[in-house]
Design a protein around this ligand. Sequence first.
Ligand code: UGA
Length: 434
Amino acid sequence: MKIVVVGLGYLGATHAACMAELGHDVLGLETDVTRLEALRAGRVPFYEPELEVLLQSTLESGKLRVTQSYQEAADWGDAFFIAVGTPQRKGEYAADLRYVESVIEELVPLIQRDCVIFGKSTVPVGTCARLADRAAELAKDVVVEVAWNPEFLREGHAVQDTLRPDRLVLGTDAEGGLAVVYAQTIYKSLLESGIPFLVMDCASAELVKVAANAFLATKISFINAIAEVSEAAGADVNRIAEAIGYDERIGNKFLKAGIGFGGGCLPKDIRAFMARAGELGAAEALGFLREVDNINMRRRNRVVDIAKKSCRGSLLNKKIAVLGAAFKPNSDDVRDSPALNIAGQMQLQGSTVVVYDPKAMENSKRLFPTLEYASSVADACDNADLVMVLTEWGEFTEIDPIRLREVVREATVVDGRFCLDRDRWVSAGWTYHA
Ligand code: UGA
């Protein structure tokens, strides 16, 4: 089966390389020339463990090629995957669907044989049906089916999540159509290894994705709400999370309290979900997600308050080392990063903020050019009045607090991710806050 993947960002580049790894002939379509050329040269223009090796091997074997041409893709492909972005619209909660829509507008008129377009991007419920109608209008004497095959990969684990997903979901409204057979062919080896394959209508498939992300966001904000109460009561939220996590109905994953969730998915997805529910007249059902969002954003303010208190009430003229800029470890993604948001707030309160992150420096500088940047932990912490660990990179959890103490002005640390060994830092003479 000849597979075209449209949009070669985190999702698309990973999907394209992984489908080639599964043995398919894959053509990746990317209209951003800089990105395309990097990929063609075997370079992944973002940090994602394992992906570059896979990209290079699949390019070398000829299983994966890349192009900028819709015409070439349309002439060649049997199955098309849409993997373009659906960011939050400026000043609104709703998702911006212009990139997804433009794929249909550009691609479908060029297609000359029956085929299936699988949407992978996260979209508001109802999008697939609307795109299917539009594709039917644009198709010239061929059947162009539009189905939805949501993606559940996590940044930092993208390759493994694609090659060994928890489940595969397919939404199709075309009875007796091609989508199920095509998906079974494409994912044959995964299905043979026992991965659950759930076929449903398009609306349900679209909702599976946003419901999953909303649930994950809720779980994080739930434990962060318990953290707020724990702080007030003098209790330890980590012990509470550990204890409730033993209940299999609750589970211990995604119960890590701290400065909350960020990134290009959870924050914008819960907002787009609320916006769409509102359009459908079901706003009340998702009212709690507003609180999930509020709790999450409150964490960022709370850690600034903790920092301020630990600097004796004022951040003015303090030098603050911020360790971590990515929204989570093993990623260079700084979209809606809690770490950078906090760094920005501290700077606005008059401190000099010096940021260091193992992988996200370039992206951070582009987004927050007015912050200062250091090239190592020691550089960032040089003469610091306060050290803040805001992304739980292994490099930070392994810091030797005895040696770091020698470079700072004040041995005070704020652990925004509960990732440091408190006792170790305290016995090395640090004042520890979390
Ligand atoms: C998320 C979902 O986990 C994926 O299943 C989904 O496919 C993806 O969004 C998407 O929609 O494309 P991702 O954005 O890569 O994946 O990041 P997560 O691993 O979910 O982490 C999100 C944020 O939550 C991070 O800032 C992380 O630090 C934070 N987090 C996570 C916590 O604060 N506590 C936790 O216990 C877990």
